[in-house]
Design a protein around this ligand. Structure first.
Ligand code: ASP
Ligand code: MG
Length: 424
């Protein structure tokens, strides 16, 4: 039994869906579990439809964009129409419109209820298309399998219940079938929808691989494998052929976008090989993450995180950033659900580098503003280099201003920019 994961780029058009389905068809191993993300940039679009994020006018524009995009793919895949699919998709689009215009409650909760529709739309369309082609495909609602607690936007997996669900509800369906299900989304035991964090579909595939004891898991990407840098930012990339599990965990944690940070642990636990392969050229060997001693070939590895914000938090009473202050700050971060990419403290201030998200940052200001000054720099880039040399750092940073840096024996991290500091 194998698990395949297809990301948004692999299903972003009718042609992409055809290619993805042909990869699934060529796989001789059944049963096969196929985990799919939302089509293209649908998740970004749905994020704008969370209640309270945009004006009613903008909402209307985004809703029709969402509808047209999926409708066009359906029209191309089903030239003779498919009324059952049409009804299902229309029902979902109506539900999205309804949720989007509701009065905002809690941002994280509202987010999950609406953003989860990206994967429900994509898998419904793809499963219908597979059936149309005569493929023995079964659609499964992953919210009945992967259970999390109610930490919305970053659900924490309830492993025991998830494993029981997989044994009792998924395994019986797998027999000689291709099962298609959603990445990224999950559910609570009492039936509400959660998500696992952005780019969480890899993690979904890994959770299910673990629970099924899969023989391997394959992530199909638009790149040749695990590269030493994101080709969007870097021209001379090197493909890593073999990567030890722990190295992959470190890299993903620092933000290597090829793989979600939580993905590797579960499959490492059961020594399941993880293949990263190209959906553009499935015959190429790709990369393998597994029980290796070191990366090969040996080369520096670069991770770039754009649109970062560096917040300095200073107690208004000029007290030291002692345990009490840190406790308050971390409690606020955890409460809001802010993920810290890099942090550093001095005697009087605490600095953290996070992804820029206005809604969450305003919440932080609201909670901490009475007792702390918050200053911030925007438009920053967080650069992480594994196996760095002074030369390599110099090349990457150039003459940009370094606002903060941390180095260990293996890893250098730098926050760089040239913008001015503004007080909130
Ligand atoms: N669709 C979700 C996202 O774009 C999950 C994923 O693609 O992994 O973040
Ligand atoms: Mg994606």
């Amino acid at each position: 039994m194998k698990v395949f994961k297809f990301g948004g780029a692999s299903v972003n058009s009718a042609e992409a869906v055809r290619n993805m389905v042909s990869i699934v068809r060529q796989e001789p191993t059944t049963p096969l579990l196929v985990v799919v993300s939302a089509m293209g940039k649908t998740t970004n679009l749905l994020e704008k439809l969370v209640p309270g994020v945009v004006s009613p006018n903008e909402r209307t524009t985004h809703l029709s964009q969402l509808s047209n995009y999926h409708q066009q793919i359906i029209d191309e895949l089903f030239p003779h129409g498919c009324s059952e699919l049409h009804n299902a998709i229309n029902g979902m689009l109506q539900r999205i419109a309804h949720l989007s215009s509701a009065v905002p409650t809690s941002y994280n909760y509202d987010y999950d209820q609406i953003v989860s529709y990206g994967e429900l739309l994509s898998t419904t369309i793809i499963a219908a298309y597979m059936k149309e082609l005569g493929i023995n495909a079964v659609w499964v609602d992953v919210r009945k399998l992967i259970y999390t607690d109610s930490t919305y936007r970053e659900g924490r997996v309830e492993w025991k219940q998830t494993s029981d669900n997989v044994q009792s509800k998924l395994l019986p369906l797998m027999h000689n079938n291709i099962v298609i299900t959603q990445g990224f989304i999950a559910g609570t035991a009492d039936g509400s929808t959660t998500t696992l964090g952005r780019e969480g579909s890899d993690y979904s595939a890994s959770i299910l691989s673990f629970c099924l004891g899969a023989e391997s898991m394959t992530i199909w990407k638009d790149v040749a494998g695990f590269l030493n840098a994101d080709p969007k930012f870097f021209s001379n990339t090197v493909k890593i052929d073999h990567l030890p599990y722990n190295e992959a965990i470190e890299l993903a944690y620092y933000g290597a976008s090829v793989i979600h940070p939580k993905t590797v642990k579960p499959i490492q636990n059961k020594s399941i090989n993880l293949y990263i392969k190209s959906f553009v050229d499935p015959s190429m060997p790709g990369s393998t993450i597994g029980n290796f001693d070191s990366i090969s070939p040996q080369t520096p590895l670069y991770i770039f995180k754009r649109n970062q914000i560096l917040i300095s938090i200073l107690p208004k009473d000029f007290s030291f950033i002692a345990e009490d202050n840190l406790q308050t700050i971390f409690a606020a971060l955890a409460h809001i659900g802010i993920r810290v990419n890099l942090m550093q403290n001095s005697a009087l201030s605490f600095s953290l580098c996070i992804d820029n998200n206005e809604v969450l940052i305003n919440q932080l200001q609201e909670i901490l503003g009475d007792h702390y000054h918050l200053r911030y720099n925007t438009d920053l880039e967080l650069i992480t280099i594994r196996y760095y040399t002074a030369n390599v750092i110099q090349q990457i940073v150039g003459n940009r201003q370094v606002l903060l840096q941390q180095r260990s024996r293996i890893t250098a991290q730098l926050v760089v920019s040239d913008t001015m500091s503004i007080a909130l």
